[in-house]
Design a protein around this ligand. Structure first.
Ligand code: FES
Ligand SMILES: [Fe+2]
Length: 424
């Protein structure tokens, strides 16, 4: 009996400019897109510049504490009004003709307004284009759609898991070390589906890391599960089955463990977890991993949590932004080490990233054209394979009791095709 159907996605979706334009208009143009973490702009006037699909945006905080996400494009002739990656300011002054916009995007000043513009000129309709903004678990999302699903509705079952990942400690998390950005080869969707649930590539793509002992040998039996949600989100979680190992999320300071403020099921979601990685559709990726995963060469290794935002640049290139999140109440030394391991293991120039980015590049190189490259990719892994063991937690979403399966990738492709083909 077939438990679920496979999916069929034409390769043209990975190489056609037309497909990218539809993605930008529909998926990035209408959906909730991750912009950054609220801790990146703690004070009034703080800002960062980011990408929201093809659109450059500014995420800023105003005097009243509100977070704004707005198009980084002057309403006069379209010049980017902010050239820096981050900073603090009371106003953004356009470098072309000098229009001045407040941290809230309102047009505050126009050179020669009285003498050169007529009485009908109305600055109040010429503020920077504003996106709708919502924040959950410290994550700032924005959408150009002024109506439609709320962020909460759009996150669906994934919200419960984000709470388990990002709200375990009562003091919350903050970004440490800023945002790192790199432009790489390969269609953006390949990177996204890797994080969505690909445990299958580890022993091949990252074989050298295992052979060298860089990622260590995990003590005891490891069991894995994947979870997905019809909005396209998913995650994969691995647990040490050995009851003898410390139960609470490993790799944190004892003082910090005392600040855990989570219900029983969220605690169980993190207990004995060696790695949890996943994706908030369409382009926010996350991974949290424990020191047992680092191997014997890393005495003093601590846990880390990393976020990534994936932005298409063209059908064959994408931009990756990396953040490391640390508990606010951790010691300065713990924070520094967590940032070190995040960068070392999963940063832009890390062991893992060198392997993965090379495979993304080769997928792009092997795409073929509309004559030779017509065979769709295969998504049958884990079909017709029975359930294995039971996850240690009870949570929402479709939970697949199997570690190596493409159930999440099938879920992602289904959601993607649904949006691309129905335009919703
Ligand atoms: S383009 Fe910004 S002031 Fe002219
Ligand atoms: Fe990988």
């Amino acid at each position: 009996m077939t438990l679920e159907q496979s999916v069929n996605i034409p390769r043209s979706y990975y190489r056609d400019q037309g497909a990218l334009e539809r993605e930008l208009a529909t998926i990035f143009g209408e959906g909730w897109i991750f912009i950054g973490h609220e801790s990146e702009i703690p004070a009034a006037g703080d800002y960062v510049t980011r990408n929201m699909g093809a659109n450059p945006v500014i995420m800023s905080r105003t005097e009243d504490g509100e977070i704004h996400v707005m198009l980084n494009s002057c309403t006069h002739r379209g010049t980017q009004v902010c050239k820096l990656a981050y900073g603090n300011t009371t106003a953004f002054r356009c470098g072309y003709h000098g229009w001045v916009f407040g941290a809230d995007g309102d047009l505050k000043g126009v050179p020669g307004r009285r003498s050169l513009y007529g009485p009908e000129f109305d600055p109040s309709r010429l503020g920077l284009r504003q996106a709708r903004v919502a924040v959950r678990c410290g994550l700032v999302f924005a959408t150009w759609a002024q109506d439609g699903l709320s962020l909460e509705e759009s996150l669906g079952d994934m919200l419960w898991y984000l709470q388990g990942l990002l709200e375990l400690f009562s003091g919350g998390l903050e970004v440490h070390g800023g945002a790192h950005t790199v432009d790489v080869r390969g269609n953006w969707k390949i990177h996204v589906e890797n994080f969505a649930g690909d445990g299958y590539h580890l022993k091949t793509a990252h074989k050298t890391m295992f052979d060298l002992g860089v990622v260590g040998t995990q003590a005891g039996t490891v069991e894995g599960f994947v979870v997905n949600d019809p909005h396209g989100h998913s995650l994969r979680a691995q647990y040490l089955a050995d009851e003898g190992v410390p139960a609470v999320a490993p790799g944190y300071e004892d003082e910090l463990l005392a600040t855990i403020d989570a219900d029983e099921q969220h605690r169980r979601f993190r207990e004995r977890a060696t790695v949890i990685h996943g994706m908030v559709y369409p382009n926010l990726l996350f991974i949290t991993t424990a020191p047992l995963y680092f191997g014997t060469d890393a005495d003093g290794a601590v846990a880390f949590t990393q976020l990534r935002q994936i932005t298409p640049l063209d059908p064959h290139r994408h931009r990756v932004t990396y953040w490391t999140l640390v508990p606010k109440d951790a010691s300065p030394d713990w924070k520094r080490r967590s940032y070190l391991y995040s960068t070392r293991q999963h940063g832009a120039a890390s062991f893992f990233e060198a392997d993965d980015l090379e495979n993304f590049r080769r997928i792009d190189a092997g795409l073929g054209d509309s004559v030779a490259g017509v065979a769709p990719y295969n998504y049958e892994l884990g079909l017709d394979v029975g359930e294995r063991s039971t996850p240690p937690w009870t949570g929402p979403g479709r939970i697949v009791r199997q570690d190596l399966t493409e159930a999440n990738q099938r879920n992602l492709v289904k959601r993607y095709l649904e949006q691309m083909e129905a335009g919703r």
